[in-house]
Design a protein around this ligand. Structure first.
Ligand code: MN
Length: 199
């Protein structure tokens, strides 16, 4: 049983002009593919080789660092592709909207916190919207860590995440990470984020 690189449900050019086709293609076929292949190699012969990725994340502190890095890379990109869409609900709705209002006061305040987490994460990493019981929390992680990991400073179930590694935006945005984060806002698949939220 090997981990597989998922197919995207949209074309590489579908997210233009916000994310360009070349970035998408390299990100999927090179970066995500490498994390997937390296994860398969890293779990071989270990006692987690038949575990689900979520189960592996939960005990990652006890495993080789290659599983932490590549397992995180595998999981995080699976989520990233799914919470992006060229079209769909353009704002949170339903019980997710209620939870955002309860936890942050307003969608604008949530957005401000999320953008700040994404822009201020030093170096490579991710910013997250996390469910912790009935509360929503914004956090960020370094490298390919994520909130499912037992090593994460803030743990919970990620329902939205943005990749702020330079490989996610550099071809189009160069050093302008804030512009990429703002553009990302136009691409969020709020139906998928709502699906991941357990209200
Ligand atoms: Mn990436």
């Amino acid at each position: 049983m090997a981990f597989e690189l998922p197919k995207l449900s949209y074309s590489y050019s579908a997210l233009e002009p916000h994310i360009d086709a070349r970035t998408m293609e390299i990100h999927h076929t090179k970066h995500h593919a490498a994390y997937t292949n390296n994860l398969n190699a890293a779990v071989q012969g270990t006692n987690v080789s038949n575990k689900r990725i979520e189960e592996i994340m939960a005990v990652v502190s006890k495993l080789p660092v290659a599983i932490r890095n590549n397992g995180g890379g595998y999981y995080n990109h699976n989520l990233y592709w799914e919470i992006l869409t060229p079209g769909g609900a353009n704002a949170p709705h339903g019980v997710l909207l209620d939870a955002i209002n309860d936890s942050f006061g307003s969608v604008d305040s949530f957005k401000e916190a999320f953008v700040k987490a994404a822009v201020t994460r030093f170096g490579s990493g991710w910013a997250w919207l996390i469910q912790k019981e009935n509360k929503l929390v914004v956090s960020s992680t370094p490298n390919q860590d994520n909130p499912l990991m037992d090593v994460a400073e803030v743990q919970g179930t990620p329902i939205l995440g943005i990749d702020v590694w330079e490989h996610a935006y550099y071809l189009n945005y160069q050093n302008r990470r804030p512009d990429y984060v703002e553009a990302f806002w136009n691409l969020i698949n709020w139906d998928e984020v709502a699906r991941r939220f357990k209200g």
